[in-house]
Write a protein that binds this ligand. Sequence first.
Ligand code: ADP
Length: 240
Amino acid sequence: MPEEEPERLISEDGLRLDGRKPDEMRPLKIKAGVLKRADGSAYVELGANRIVAAVYGPRELHPRHKQKPDRAVVRFRYNMAPFSVDERKRPGPDRRSIEISKLSKEALEPAIFTEYYPRTAIDIFVEVLQADAGTRCAGITAASVALADAGIEMRDLVAACAAGKVDGHIVLDPMYYEDGYGEADVPLAMMPKEGEITLLQMDGDMTPEEFKKAVKLAKKGCKIVYKEQRRALKRKYGEE
Ligand code: ADP
């Protein structure tokens, strides 16, 4: 956390610390196919977040007793590099990364036609190189593009974005200070084509009305993310 709590997170004219309006997302860049050795990969920059996703598979799953005869097993590992945060993060899994890995897998699995790939594993790795809040969402966004880049059949891409409550305002895509000193955080992932939500969390305090407003705003963010995901894939593969 920043040592000094900022006096206010939203200025009198309604702007945030980085100059954004409440409903504005940080600059987002997505690139598909950045790693030679993975079957699919993607790189995402969301504000100061820097994230790489790599997908391996579908490939034969060992040991064989872990195979599912009728579908692929999806595995997800979220990892933060020791240098991704201000104070060196101890390498290796911790409670937080284990939880994020689990919910990210559950956010993506409904989009994958796992029944097309019986007895296989689809392995997804997300590496956070630089973190500035919202990494679970940016990781899911990157992983979804990496899955498409690997040629894995999906119902739709999964786009993810968070909304939050900061100084009493509902804002899109909170950054580190807002996440740390704000009142609440609502990460959301969805398949935008059908509008199906695959991840919804809430951390902090909000009234039911504020929560509804945050969900609506996060969905709006997902639409922006979705557009960028599709553009990244089109840039690599040409028109659909
Ligand atoms: P998310 O990154 O999905 O918002 P959290 O709300 O758990 O997940 O974390 C918010 C932010 O806090 C992270 O993006 C990162 O910038 C920071 N953070 C998380 N874990 C650590 C850590 N071990 N050390 C320092 N900062 C961390």
